[in-house]
Ligand binder design. Structure first.
Ligand code: AMP
Ligand code: MN
Ligand code: MN
Ligand code: MN
Length: 281
């Protein structure tokens, strides 16, 4: 079983990187990428862990980008984690996250939901700050009943807390990943609520800048969605990636490694770094 999209508490997941490795191993995963939002701290902390050798831990990250005013997530796989281009990009993204958090808090304050940066920092404990942490404080302070409501009313796409300024552009992210020796992947392509024409334009630009793969399987999804993206991958010569987007154990969520199989005629993305690293079996 292969899972190339997972989160730890280095970003907005609940498990430590060690706990994630253990859970992945228990679930029969033999190749894993930890793809935290705009940070490789979780990956770096376990890359020499014995479990990481057993299950082939691939370097990974999920970069928040903008494209035509929309937020698009680009996953990077198999890059050199020490590469200057990647280091500089993640540093910039980190700064953008901090600045964005302040802007979101200002907007919430104006909407009569004051939250201090200190209250958010209690949630993040020095780790990568994200909207889920702000949502958790909103629940704690009784502004909303649950995290889902916080996104639906205030933080999700098109709402007051959906601040995208500061992110790298989609093409910049693709170029950074490629320059660092990695493979760029469009994450969860079915989540962007775009028209087909717009999605195709996104794929065109992604490919023009060196992007090679899309997530044909993202979490639990109906067969029709898998078929849709399998078709696009075939048509455009994209390699296919698979990932649970696991953040935490939830009865209704997709557990790490619990993915359906890729249609057998597709080119799996792991072929690309097998070529680059022949020692990987
Ligand atoms: P950010 O990285 O700060 O842009 O926050 C985006 C993250 O918020 C996503 O990666 C999800 O993990 C989480 N998220 C998005 N929508 C929801 C939602 N409706 N309920 C809970 N979490 C969400
Ligand atoms: Mn997330
Ligand atoms: Mn994402
Ligand atoms: Mn993700």
């Amino acid at each position: 079983m292969i899972d190339l999209h997972t989160h730890t508490y280095a970003s907005d997941g609940d498990l430590s990187p060690e706990e994630l490795l253990a859970r992945a191993t228990d679930n029969g995963v033999n190749q894993l990428a930890i793809t935290d939002h705009d940070t490789i701290a979780g990956y770096l902390s376990v890359r020499h862990h014995p479990l990481a050798q057993q299950l082939q831990l691939v370097s990974g990250v999920e970069i928040s980008t903008t494209w035509r005013g929309m937020g698009i997530h680009i996953v990077g796989l198999g890059f050199d984690a020490e590469h200057d281009a990647m280091t500089a990009c993640l540093k910039q993204q980190n700064q953008a996250r901090a600045e964005r958090a302040s802007i979101i808090l200002e907007k919430l304050a104006k909407a009569h939901m004051p939250i201090s940066l200190g209250e958010v920092e209690e949630q993040t404990q020095g780790r990568q700050i994200g909207r889920p942490h702000i949502a958790a404080v909103m629940v704690k302070k009784g502004y909303v009943n649950n995290v889902n409501k916080a996104f639906k009313k205030y933080l999700g796409a098109g709402k007051i807390g959906d601040v995208k300024s500061g992110w790298v552009t989609m093409s910049e992210a693709v170029e950074v990943i490629t320059a660092s020796g990695g493979i760029a992947v469009v994450a969860h392509p079915n989540d962007y609520q775009m028209t087909r024409t717009k999605l195709m334009t996104l794929f065109d630009e992604f490919q023009a800048h060196g992007g090679q793969a899309i997530e044909v399987i993202s979490g639990r999804q109906p067969r029709s969605i898998t078929e849709k993206y399998a078709h696009i991958a075939r048509e455009r010569g994209f390699y296919a990636s698979v990932g649970s987007d696991f953040h935490r154990p939830l009865s209704y969520g997709c557990d790490v490694g619990q993915l359906s199989e890729l249609p057998s005629d597709l080119l799996p993305v792991w072929r690309l770094y097998r070529q680059a690293a022949p020692t990987l079996s």
